[in-house]
Design a protein around this ligand. Structure first.
Ligand code: ZN
Length: 147
C-alpha cells in the first residue's frame, strides 16, 4: 500500500509541476472562473464542444500542487467525453473525496486523489477545478467559490 501511495503522490507531483492543457483555447464554448479562498486557488476553465462531446478542455490560473494537479488530470480525463459522461465523472470524483465510496476502478488515474479525503481542507483544492468545469459546462456566469 505504501508503494501505491508513493506512486500516487508522484503522479500528483508530476501534474502539479508540469500541468497538462495549461493554456487558453482559441475558441471556447464555455468558460468559468473558480476560487478557493481558503487556500487561494484560482482557476479559469475553458471548454470547446462538438455537438454533445467535449472536444477540448483547458485551464489557467494558480494554486497549490493539489489543485493544479487535479485540474491537469481533470482535463486529460474529460477530453473526448460526452457532457453526460463528464458530469458522471465529476459525481464519482466528488463521491470519492467526500464519502467512503470505494474506488470501483472507473476513475482511472483520478483515483490518485482518494487519499485527499483525509484532509478536508484539501478536498476543496481537489474539487475546485471540477466545480469550475461544471459551471463552464452549464454556462453559469458567476464565479464559483468553494465557500
Ligand atoms: Zn489549494
Amino acid at each position: 500500500m505504501t508503494e501505491l501511495r508513493d506512486l500516487y503522490q508522484d503522479l500528483i507531483l508530476d501534474h502539479g509541476r508540469a500541468p497538462r492543457n495549461f493554456r487558453r483555447l482559441e475558441r471556447a464554448d464555455g468558460a468559468a472562473e473558480g476560487y478557493n479562498p481558503l487556500c487561494g486557488d484560482q482557476y479559469r476553465v475553458e471548454l470547446a464542444l462538438e455537438g454533445d462531446r467535449i472536444r477540448d478542455v483547458a485551464f489557467q490560473g494558480l494554486g497549490c500542487a493539489i489543485s493544479k494537479a487535479s485540474a491537469s488530470l481533470m482535463t486529460t480525463a474529460l477530453k473526448g467525453k460526452t457532457r453526460a459522461e463528464g458530469e458522471a465523472l465529476f459525481a464519482k470524483f466528488h463521491a470519492l473525496l467526500t464519502s467512503d465510496a470505494p474506488d470501483d476502478g472507473s476513475l482511472g488515474k483520478l483515483a490518485v486523489f482518494s487519499g485527499v479525503r483525509e484532509f478536508p481542507v484539501r478536498v476543496k483544492c481537489a474539487t475546485l477545478p471540477w466545480h469550475t468545469f461544471k459551471a463552464a459546462l452549464e454556462g453559469r456566469a458567476e464565479a464559483v467559490s468553494t465557500e
